[in-house]
Design a protein around this ligand. Structure first.
Ligand SMILES: [Zn+2]
Length: 362
């Protein structure tokens, strides 16, 4: 399958066409036979990528990145039920065992992953996963788990949504503009700027965010209930209940944009912290942001040297079995606008229905 970087369009013509076709397939009852037929012809591993599971009653009162919400609680439960009924949810540990022993993976394997480590993963997603018996892997940025500090990109959106000043100046991005009054418009502006911010080197990105923290008087150290990382105790409880924990770096920095020593530090130290805090050693890393500008050969070599066995990108697609590109695993992003029919169609025919998600991934 060709690699497809998620592109930014959640409601454009391509998205709505996919939605209509998915809905027709769903109503016709053809989805199940189509899915069965494909699994006879092609054996591959689907890895779903979630960020947050959260029900937002008032989007305008939520001044963080809405695009990080992959599903509401109700929708997530339905999605996990479908996995339980039609697929075999497994963990990366199962993939590693299969690679080591030559054993076959179960039919229609799927892995559920979460990036970043938001506390709704524990509060909302984990009880549903436990109840339905679906294992999942949580990739967490250890610096945030350790400190409780909010995530930088999400805080960037928050500062633009909440700034008391009517003016926004970011010299590094050539921005000097009046901020709109409505939160929805501010968020839209923030999302555009976030895409541009991610094209800068990691240190400049951090300098921009630090300057904005001072100028808006919204320091990240203040924290916020809507942007909280999980805690070590929560991760330990999840691991003890059969969930898998993986690395998402220390500070969620774009690894390919860092000087080599800092890149190695993110890859190695996050593993050391996780291995020290949890009951078993972590085997898998998910590269923060995960697109082609977020990891490279040097990052993969560093991950191998640190002792990881597998690495996840955020490039759309499935993974061939049994031989799979172990450090460039592709995933299927789940997004909050994806309804039941679309989710089912994406699993049945990933080639056609992968969500044209935001480029920035995350
Ligand atoms: Zn991330």
């Amino acid at each position: 399958m060709s690699a497809e970087m998620p592109t930014r369009s959640e409601s454009g013509p391509a998205a709505s066409k996919r939605q209509v076709i998915a809905s027709l397939l769903y109503k016709s009852g053809l989805m199940k036979p189509v899915s069965r037929l494909r699994s006879l012809l092609k054996r591959d591993l689907r890895i779903l990528a979630y960020h947050r599971v959260l029900s937002i009653a008032e989007p305008d009162a939520f001044d963080f990145d809405l695009e990080l919400i992959s599903a509401s609680e109700v929708r997530f439960r339905k999605q996990m039920r479908l996995l339980r009924e039609r697929y075999t949810p497994i963990l990366f540990g199962d993939v590693i065992r299969a690679l080591d022993t030559g054993a076959r993976l179960p039919p229609r394997p799927v892995i559920v992953t979460f990036d970043d480590g938001y506390d709704d993963n524990y509060r909302v997603a984990f009880p549903i996963l436990r109840e339905l018996g679906v294992p999942a892997t949580f990739f967490v940025s250890t610096g945030h788990i350790e400190s409780g500090k909010p995530y930088a990109y999400d805080w960037f959106v928050h500062m633009i949504c909440r700034s008391a000043s009517g003016q926004l100046r970011i010299a590094e991005l050539g921005v000097d503009c009046t901020l709109p009054a409505a939160v929805a418009q501010r968020r839209e502006l923030a999302m555009d700027l976030l895409d541009r911010l991610k094209s800068l080197d990691a240190q400049t990105q951090e300098a921009v965010i630090a300057t904005l923290e001072r100028e808006t008087d919204l320091p990240r150290s203040r924290g916020h209930a809507d942007c909280k990382p999980m805690t070590w105790d929560q991760l330990r409880e999840m691991q003890a209940a059969g969930m898998e924990i993986g690395s998402h770096g220390v500070w969620h920095r774009m690894l390919a944009k860092l000087p080599p020593s800092e890149m190695h530090g993110e890859v190695h130290r996050s593993k050391q912290m996780l291995d020290g805090e949890l009951a078993s050693a972590v085997t898998t890393i998910s590269y923060p942001v995960g697109g082609l500008d977020a990891y490279n050969e040097a990052v993969i070599e560093s991950a191998k040297a640190a002792g990881y066995r597998l690495g996840c990108s955020y490039i759309c697609g499935t993974n061939s079995l049994p031989r799979t590109a172990g450090f460039q695993l592709r995933r299927l992003p789940v997004e909050r606008h994806m309804d039941e029919a679309w989710f089912e169609a994406m699993l049945a025919l990933p080639e056609a229905f992968t969500y044209p998600s935001r480029h920035r991934a995350d």
